[in-house]
Write a protein that binds this ligand. Sequence first.
Ligand SMILES: Nc1nc2c(c(=O)[nH]1)N[C@H]1C(S)=C(S)[C@@H](COP(=O)(O)OP(=O)(O)OC[C@H]3O[C@@H](n4cnc5c(=O)[nH]c(N)nc54)[C@H](O)[C@@H]3O)O[C@H]1N2
Ligand SMILES: Nc1nc2c(c(=O)[nH]1)N[C@H]1C(S)=C(S)[C@@H](COP(=O)(O)OP(=O)(O)OC[C@H]3O[C@@H](n4cnc5c(=O)[nH]c(N)nc54)[C@H](O)[C@@H]3O)O[C@H]1N2
Ligand code: SF4
Ligand SMILES: [Mo]
Length: 737
Amino acid sequence: MNSLSRRRFLKISGATISAATVATSLSSVVKGAKKIDEKTGKPIKGIQKIPTYCDVCFWKCGAIAYIKDGELWKIEGNPNDPLSNGRLCPRGTGGIGAHYSKDRIKRPLIRKNERGEEKWVEVTWDEALEYISTKMNIIKSKYGPESMALFSHGVGGTFLKHTMKAYGTRNMTAPSFAQCRGPREVGFEMTFGEGVGSPERTDIENAKCITFIGSHLGENMHNTQVQELSKAVKNKASIIVVDPRFSVVASKAKYYLPIKPGTDIALLLAWMNVIVKEKLYDEEYVKKYGFGFEQFAAEIEDKTPEWAYTITTIEPDLIRKSAREMAKNAPSSFVHPGRHTTWYGDDTQRSRAIALLNGLLGSWGRKGGFYLPNSFKVPGYSKYPAYPKPSKPLVHNPNHKYPFAEGEQLSTGIREATITGKPYPIKGWFVYATNLLQSLPNRDETIAAIKNLDLLVVVDIVPSEIAGWADVVLPEATYLERYDDLNTAPFKQNFVSLRQPVIDIPNDQKPNWWIAKKLADKLGLGNYFPWNHVEEYLDNRLQQANLSLAELKKKGVLKGAKQPIYFDEGIPVDFFTPSGKIEFYSLQLQEHGFDPVPKYTDHGNPPPGYFRLLYGRAPVHTFSKTQSYKFLKDIMKENEVWVNKDVADRLGLKSGQYVQLKNTDGKTSGRVKVRPTERIRTDAVYMVHGFGQTSKDMKTTYLKGGSDSKLITKYNVDPIMGGTGMNVNYVTFDWEA
Ligand SMILES: Nc1nc2c(c(=O)[nH]1)N[C@H]1C(S)=C(S)[C@@H](COP(=O)(O)OP(=O)(O)OC[C@H]3O[C@@H](n4cnc5c(=O)[nH]c(N)nc54)[C@H](O)[C@@H]3O)O[C@H]1N2
Ligand SMILES: Nc1nc2c(c(=O)[nH]1)N[C@H]1C(S)=C(S)[C@@H](COP(=O)(O)OP(=O)(O)OC[C@H]3O[C@@H](n4cnc5c(=O)[nH]c(N)nc54)[C@H](O)[C@@H]3O)O[C@H]1N2
Ligand code: SF4
Ligand SMILES: [Mo]
């Protein structure tokens, strides 16, 4: 029987907290809420269309929700929105499943037993926030406010960040840097003086040739990119794909290079060798804008396709042909920078090699290459008091151990400080919308850190794995039921879009802005929230830009005038590097003891009987967050392990058979189906991330499929910026089920 089906009383710091609400089982069916007419008190009849923006991933596509007779019916793209162009990806379309998920948490929960046992008592919001603020005040007086850290992924964290800064800490992070885009941003910044950003500034639709290193668009479903890619394919753009696995985008490729995992830098150097030797690069562009080209050219002089062949297993002829293809189409030819780039630990250097190749092609700032994005200028809220100044430095990167980790904070750095207590102890984690057990490498380290905490608060919509370890779980309203901050993401066209509630909150869940504000009140920081409702906040911001919330609520998105996005359209050519140029040779890397031009390093081979574990995305799921959504779970309820067909035959593995993977540290994946296929090399296996979840309260996802995360015990830290390369684990087939 679920522990929640009994009424409980708890004694916490002298005060009696009662389970004030009628306790119900977590797994009982959650019916969707109805939109009620304020006048009649009855559900609104007919169809209502309400614009908002999607939150099934972080692309933030403009959407329109349809309400039929007061009930959430469907969600589609907003035709006025430049990111969605009227179409959502399959996940966005399945987003209504967030509202209807049977696994939703209905009321705040306080831990009853040991951490991780997933036994709870339901409490009121007041009780939950009282508990949290009491603990936070103790942490502040014992250790200082900097000993609280916030892990928060996505726009929903905006107001909690504000509360945490008001409280006095700046230790805040997300797994979307050191486990995702970090190395790419740093590699591009060191080369062009700017990162790639999100949405990526890739002009896919106008490209004549696009090269993908791993980035598996089509499975990775970032909507605008996928739409643009299908246009490019229709326009007969050449596609070059480098991937140990024959991905969806590989099926569109003119040249497919089934590379040995971990050897891409060798290929990139060989491509550049061909392009420089055969003088296929944009000489004028490189001369005008490049720094250190001669030294760079000397470094890659001997990195011939024959040299790379022995490392990558890609035939020299294929390397030459594909290099000529990309050069032939320059400057409307670019190498996609990827997004999840934390692979082997030398990822900044691989990203730099990608950036340098783009430099040779002259694609930065050019049509069909990398455009220079615009964003709508909407000032921040005008009347906030100043934040207190923290007295301690950030905890994530002590003594600048990773010299170029200054862009965003390292999640794994904060985790390490929590384990070691150095440079100072971290005693509280506030976790918003990030399932750290899935997203940080080496789960044991995450649990070790959690065991050192005096307070772990998790804000989630379902009892996720990380929620299972919390002292307090705060149930949030889904994106369909709340306002969030404005979206003014930099893009080809500047725009501002709004997320607003399209349906009522079904139970006692609350939106993040409300949680942040009420927590600030409890902490005696109410003056940091001079507004009563988030609409006042949004209106204040919009008015400063001469826009109206009323209009935005109706349209969902407002667009600015078209602005230039290429050098050729008159944008000043600025590179914000130390030399003010594209740095083919990086003196700042050299000064810190790193290679000024990327070098290939060997990442080893799987031991006999083992395979390198690769992982990626499925079109219908986002990480570990959508597995309980209706429709999406029906389309894909578990993942499979891809294994080369010959290998499967040799090992006697049958299609659809359940096995378990085991890594070299003896950690196991959980039951996962075998998918023998010719579409993967013999030295690697592949699975979609986010499955094999271990939260017992998640009835729809519990142990469905295998977990890549449980197998990622080893990781290589990028010495330049602290990202965690996670493609460094080897697995074998453990048992048949
Ligand atoms: N549907 C869906 N789409 C998403 C997401 C989602 O959760 N669901 N998440 C979004 C986010 S945040 C991100 S960061 C992106 C991630 O998506 P990408 O940036 O595309 O991620 P990658 O890690 O590049 O992609 C994995 C691919 O790399 C290949 N690969 C693995 N190792 C190597 C190697 O050594 N060399 C080469 N050349 N290839 C290799 C794998 O076989 C696989 O095809 O997806 C985004 N889009
Ligand atoms: N092993 C492995 N690790 C990875 C990756 C991988 O492919 N494999 N990918 C890496 C990448 S690229 C990224 S970007 C990160 C992503 O890492 P995370 O952002 O941690 O992604 P999720 O695992 O989906 O965790 C999202 C959590 O938010 C909760 N949630 C969903 N909607 C809401 C909401 O409206 N409000 C609140 N409060 N919570 C909500 C979900 O239930 C879930 O618990 O992971 C990185 N780590
Ligand atoms: S790419 Fe898909 S899931 Fe992501 S915001 Fe757009 S529609 Fe939603
Ligand atoms: Mo990511």
